[in-house]
Design a protein around this ligand. Structure first.
Ligand code: HEM
Length: 384
C-alpha cells in the first residue's frame, strides 16, 4: 500500500495557516494536563482519619486543605477556614462561627416560627429544588446576619441559584465571568453596607444544609416515612417546642435526631474530603463510600433506617469530617436546624401530596437510595 502524502499546495494552504491555532490548542491541552492533580481515593476509615488528623506530606494541615479549595477562592473570592493557610485567620474565623452557632432557646423558637412563616405563600404546589434553596438560605441569612434586609425573596433566590451554579462550574473549570458579576451585584443588593464577604460564612452552611434538608424531607414524606407515620408526629412536636430534649426524645425507637443522623449517613453533602500531599498529588477521603458500605453497616446499608441509631456505632459516621478540622456545626446547630426545617416542610405539605417530574432520573421512588448528586431532582414538583 502506498503511504498517504499530503500534496504540497495542501500543506501551504491548510496546515501552515492553521499552525498558530494548533499550537495554541496544544499549549492549552498541555496546561490543563499539567494542572490536573492525581487524586487517590481513601476507602479505609483508619487511613482517612489519620490523614485528616495529621498533615499528609510536607505541607502544613491548613495548606494541605487550602490547596484543593483554591477553586472556591477563584469562584467566590472567599477567605475562610477552608481556603486559608494562615493560622491566625483560621482561628479568628472559627471562633466567630462558634460564637454564631451558640443559639439561645429564644432564637431556636424564632427560627421555628420563621420556617413556618416562609411556607405561607405555598398553598397548593411547590417546585422543590428552587424552593428549598430559597427557604434554607433565607433562614441562614436571618440567623447569621443581623443587618440582613428581609423581604427580598427574589434576590435571595437569585443568590441561592448563583452560588449553586458557580459551585458546579468551579468543579469543571473556570467559572463564568457573567455569573460572578451577577453574584457581586446580588450581594451588594442584599448587603448594602457590606465590609466583608458574606460568602465566607454562607458557603459552608448553605451548600451543605439545603441538600440535606431536601433529602430528609423526601425520605420522610414519600419513601421510608410512608410506613412510619409516627415520624411526622415526632417532628411536628419538635417544631412546636424546638428544644434539645425534644430533639433527642424518641417514639418507638426513633427520634428527630436519629432521622437527621440517618439522612447525613445515607446522603452526606460533603461526599469526599480532600487534602493535598503535594501540589499535584491529592487524597480524597470517601465519606459517602464509607457511610454506605455494607461491610460496615450490614445488608441494609443503602436503606433509610433511623432505628439503627439505637445501637449503631457512630465510628464510621463522618459527615462533618473528623480529626483536626471537624465542623463546628456538628454538635447541635446543624442537626437541630435540619430537624426544624424538615419539620416545617412536613407541616405545610399534606401527607397525600403528589409529585411529577420531567426527567425520569428525578423519580423519587426509583430503586435504591435517593440520588445524592448536587444537581438531582431539579425537575421535581409537588402539588396537593
Ligand atoms: C449538614 C450540614 C453540614 C455538613 C455536612 C458539614 C460538613 C463539614 C465538613 C465535612 C467539614 C470538614 C472539612 C475538612 O476537613 O476539610 C466541615 C468544616 C467546617 N464547617 Fe461544616 N458542615 C455543615 C454545616 C455547617 C454550618 C451550618 C456551618 C456554619 C457556618 C459550617 C461551618 C464549617 C466550618 C467553619 C468548617 C471548618 C472548620 C475548621 O477549619 O476548623 N458547617 N463541615
Amino acid at each position: 500500500m502506498r503511504p498517504f502524502i499530503l500534496p504540497i499546495p495542501a500543506v501551504v494552504l491548510v496546515v501552515i495557516p492553521a499552525l498558530p491555532i494548533l499550537s495554541l490548542l496544544l499549549a492549552f491541552i498541555l496546561r490543563r494536563r499539567r494542572r490536573k492533580p492525581t487524586i487517590t481515593t481513601i476507602r479505609c476509615l483508619h487511613v482517612g482519619r489519620a490523614l485528616l488528623t495529621s498533615s499528609p506530606g510536607h505541607l502544613t494541615p491548613l495548606a494541605s486543605r487550602a490547596l484543593p479549595n483554591q477553586r472556591l477562592v477563584t469562584a467566590f473570592g472567599i477567605d475562610n477556614s477552608f481556603t486559608t493557610a494562615s493560622y491566625s485567620r483560621h482561628k479568628a474565623f472559627r471562633s466567630r462561627v462558634e460564637h454564631l452557632l451558640r443559639m439561645s432557646s429564644a432564637s431556636w423558637q424564632q427560627t421555628s416560627t420563621l420556617a413556618q412563616t416562609l411556607f405561607r405563600q405555598n398553598t397548593s404546589s411547590l417546585h422543590l429544588v428552587p424552593f428549598v434553596r430559597q427557604y434554607v438560605l433565607t433562614t441562614i441569612l436571618h440567623i447569621f446576619f443581623a443587618d440582613f434586609v428581609p423581604f427580598q425573596p427574589d434576590a435571595v433566590a437569585e443568590l441561592g441559584d448563583l452560588i449553586h451554579s458557580l459551585w458546579l462550574q468551579s468543579k469543571v473549570g473556570a467559572p463564568s465571568v457573567t455569573s460572578q458579576r451577577r453574584l457581586q451585584e446580588t450581594l451588594r443588593h442584599l448587603f448594602p453596607g457590606m465590609t466583608e464577604n458574606p460568602l465566607d460564612l454562607l458557603l459552608p452552611a448553605y451548600e451543605t444544609l439545603w441538600r440535606t434538608v431536601m433529602r430528609c424531607f423526601l425520605e420522610v414524606q414519600f419513601r421510608a416515612g410512608e410506613q412510619a407515620p409516627a415520624w411526622r408526629e415526632l417532628l411536628a412536636e419538635y417544631l412546636g417546642q424546638p428544644s434539645s430534649p425534644r430533639f433527642y426524645a424518641s417514639l418507638d425507637g426513633v427520634s428527630p435526631a436519629f432521622l437527621v443522623k440517618e439522612t447525613l449517613r445515607l446522603y452526606p453533602p460533603t461526599k469526599r474530603i480532600y487534602r493535598a500531599t503535594t501540589e499535584k498529588n491529592w487524597v480524597a477521603v470517601d465519606v459517602e463510600g464509607l457511610q454506605c458500605s455494607p461491610e460496615v453497616w450490614g445488608k441494609d446499608a443503602e436503606h433509610f433506617r433511623p432505628e439503627r441509631w439505637g445501637e449503631a456505632d457512630a465510628g464510621t459516621w463522618i459527615p462533618f469530617g473528623t480529626g483536626t478540622f471537624v465542623c463546628p456545626a456538628k454538635g447541635e446547630f446543624a442537626p437541630r436546624l435540619i430537624g426544624i426545617l424538615v419539620a416545617a416542610m412536613l407541616g405545610a405539605v399534606p401527607k397525600d401530596a403528589r409529585w411529577t417530574v420531567e426527567h425520569e432520573a428525578d423519580d423519587v421512588l426509583r430503586g435504591g437510595r435517593l440520588n445524592n448528586e448536587r444537581d438531582g431532582y431539579e425537575s421535581l414538583k409537588l402539588f396537593w
